[in-house]
Design a protein. Structure first.
Length: 304
């Protein structure tokens, strides 16, 4: 069996199982052999999955390059709890959590389909990350982000992040019906908020541009592109984040800075933050704790 046919066969079988595994797994195998029967193909596929499960977790779900740090494990059944813990503890923060999520998903699938007798990810937890004190952006960094907003779409995108603390996904998936220009209201992730002057102006400018550029589009999303104007889906993540991606004040940092600013100027009240931004209690408390710490540092420096 030729390698190209083998790759296609494994890709099709993996997709059929709903794992969504990258084809890069096959390309990065340290040893490559040609199965000559359906049984050997099944065994080879299992080996591919075994190599993938820890190699993929080791590289991180967002990393398309499979490093194969633990590629010596030839079968899913050989993966032990200690192996999972070792892969988990090789990184910290969000990447650690992402690895465990990926491993749990794959081993649950393998257990369900009889490829393994036990799931080594059971009762493995990710230690809660306490995190440090959130820091406000420097004004120069904010000014740099504002300076990049030279077109109607980018001005609206930056305003949504900097004023309404919207996630990039919220920004690109927002629909026309979420903007109530008559009543000066905007709906962000199900929460209705007043439409401030800056965002109001940005929305009007963008709508003028949108009508002029794509007068016949049926796309219900507020932000559209040349590609999505003839479709019904939202704009892509890359398009949404392109203007600030290489800046200190990315959309994510602008979002965090806005919520931190609210905490600093309104008495570090978690209930207020939850009501304004629709965030959960733990997130609101983290922002208020950071605000208190920053205010305490400022007071201490002022007294010296």
């Amino acid at each position: 069996m030729k390698h190209s046919h083998l790759v296609r066969s494994i890709r099709d079988r993996v997709k059929a199982r709903g794992l969504g595994l990258a084809l890069a797994v096959v390309r990065d195998l340290r040893e490559f052999r040609d199965p000559v029967s359906a049984e050997e193909l099944e065994h080879f596929e299992t080996d591919v999955l075994a190599g993938f499960v820890l190699a993929r977790a080791s590289a991180g779900p967002a990393d398309g390059t499979i490093r194969g740090d633990v590629g010596h494990l030839d079968h899913l059944r050989e993966v032990s709890r200690e192996d999972i813990v070792a892969v988990r503890d090789a990184v910290t923060g969000k990447q650690r959590e992402s690895r465990i999520v990926a491993l749990r998903s794959l081993f649950r699938h393998a257990k369900k389909n009889g490829q393994i007798f036990r799931n080594p990810t059971i009762r493995i937890r990710v230690p809660r990350q306490t995190g440090g004190v959130l820091q406000a952006l420097a004004q120069a960094d904010v000014d740099e982000a504002v300076a990049t907003a030279t077109t109607p779409d980018i001005r609206l995108i930056v305003a949504r992040a900097a004023v309404h603390a919207a996630w990039p996904k919220m920004i690109r998936t927002m629909q026309l019906k979420d903007v109530d220009l008559g009543n000066r209201r905007i709906t962000v992730s199900g929460h209705v908020r007043p439409l401030d002057d800056l965002t109001h102006r940005a929305v009007l400018d963008w709508l003028d541009h949108r009508r002029s550029r794509w007068p016949n589009t049926a796309n219900p999303h507020l932000l559209i592109t040349q590609k999505t104007a003839v479709e019904l889906g939202p704009a892509g993540k890359f398009w949404t984040t392109r203007a600030t991606r290489n800046l200190t004040a990315t959309l994510e940092r602008l979002r965090v800075d806005r919520q931190l600013e609210e905490a600093l100027t309104h008495g570090a009240d978690p209930l207020h933050l939850a009501l304004v931004f629709g965030i959960d209690e733990k997130t609101a408390i983290r922002y208020t704790d950071s605000a208190r710490a920053l205010l305490g540092e400022a007071a201490e420096q002022a007294s010296q």
